[in-house]
Ligand binder design. Structure first.
Ligand code: ATP
Length: 320
């Protein structure tokens, strides 16, 4: 039988399990043998590969993280590592591979495709930072986790009339920061995509807000900007408003995936297998204009997307 390997690579994200499950179940449905590969490309190089059954993915659809585990695999960035991976795929009879991860993981997949393995990428990362896709699996769950945390911080910030500075994940992208900023009414959102000046973009809105009667202030700092503690210290020094920084960290990556992440993972996993069933490889699954599509992998890797300037404007108006 033809066989598909499936792995998760890069940072973990809620919904990766739902995607693995979709690949396994639809793969078996279409007559494939499906092999799980542990710890990303490390497992491919080391032959940490096992056959998955319909029941091997029972009871995981609601779990965060990834049952296949994930890793960053430095050797896979070298031609030698790619060759080792391709050789091991041959040993296990894998002619195709589904890679659930980010851009970096898709680059590895592309290199592997040069050795005759049909690859399909599925966007999985909480950061939503994949150029070819409007949406990445894990993003919605992370947004909701950050929103919950910030709602709690707001309760105490209000009670003490404080300024809360919250640093959120997103690597070089500000999607989480901006959207949670809108959802939670942040006075200031600092994005890696946009230059800012401390006085004009941080102090001024806080002081003006105070003059309009605000009792507390929320400043969101995206990971790609960083320095939440320094930002809080500086705000307190200049304005006299007591300021506290919270760096949310890894709680943002965990948790049970939301409906949106589970359903998207299901649709993308099934689409990936359908392509392979039709003998099509070297594609990335993406969401474009709300629809699941697939894009040639080189083209997908070159695509870029921008943060929406209208949303940035909106976040300012809503926090007046
Ligand atoms: P996330 O953004 O969620 O962390 P990612 O897939 O972008 O996801 P990376 O750490 O960039 O995460 O990549 C994951 C793995 O993919 C790397 O550890 C490496 O094994 C492989 N990889 C990354 N870049 C390349 C590349 N240019 N060529 C070959 N393999 C690569």
């Amino acid at each position: 039988a033809r066989s598909i390997g499936v792995l998760t690579s890069g940072g973990d994200a809620p919904g990766m399990n739902a995607a693995i499950r979709a690949v396994v179940r639809s793969g078996i449905h279409w007559g494939f043998k499906v092999m799980g590969i542990r710890k990303g490309y490390n497992g491919l190089i080391n032959g940490d590969i096992f056959e998955m059954s319909l029941r091997s993915v029972s009871d995981i659809v609601h779990r965060g993280g990834t049952v296949l585990q994930t890793a960053r695999c430095l050797p896979f960035k070298t031609e030698e590592g790619i060759q080792q991976g391709a050789a091991m795929a041959r040993v296990f009879g894998l002619d195709s591979l589904v890679v659930i991860g980010g851009d970096g993981s898709f680059r590895g997949a592309k290199d592997l495709s040069a050795h005759g393995i049909k690859v399909v990428g599925i966007p999985g990362t909480i950061d939503n930072d994949i150029g070819c896709s409007e949406y990445t699996i894990g993003y919605d769950t992370a947004l909701n986790t950050v929103q919950d945390a910030l709602d709690k911080i707001r309760d105490t910030a209000y009670s003490h009339e404080r300024c809360s500075v919250l640093e959120v994940m997103g690597r070089k992208a500000g999607y989480i920061a901006l959207n949670v900023g809108i959802a939670c009414g942040a006075e200031v959102v600092l994005l890696p995509e946009k230059k800012f000046e401390f006085d004009k973009d941080i102090i001024k809105p806080i002081i003006e807000g105070r003059n309009r009667g605000k009792k507390h202030y929320i400043v969101i700092v995206a990971e790609g900007v960083g320095g939440a503690i320094e930002v809080a210290t500086e705000i307190e020094k200049i304005t006299g408003i007591e300021s506290r920084a919270t760096i949310l960290g890894h709680i943002q990556r965990g948790g049970s995936p939301t409906v949106r992440d589970r359903v998207t993972a299901g649709m993308m996993g099934v689409r990936a297998v359908e392509l392979l069933k039709d003998g099509i490889g070297n594609r990335v699954i993406a969401l474009r204009e709300g629809k699941v599509v697939d894009i040639e992998i080189n083209e997908a890797l070159e695509m870029k997307k921008d943060i929406d300037d209208n949303l940035i404007e909106l976040s300012k108006i809503l926090s007046l």
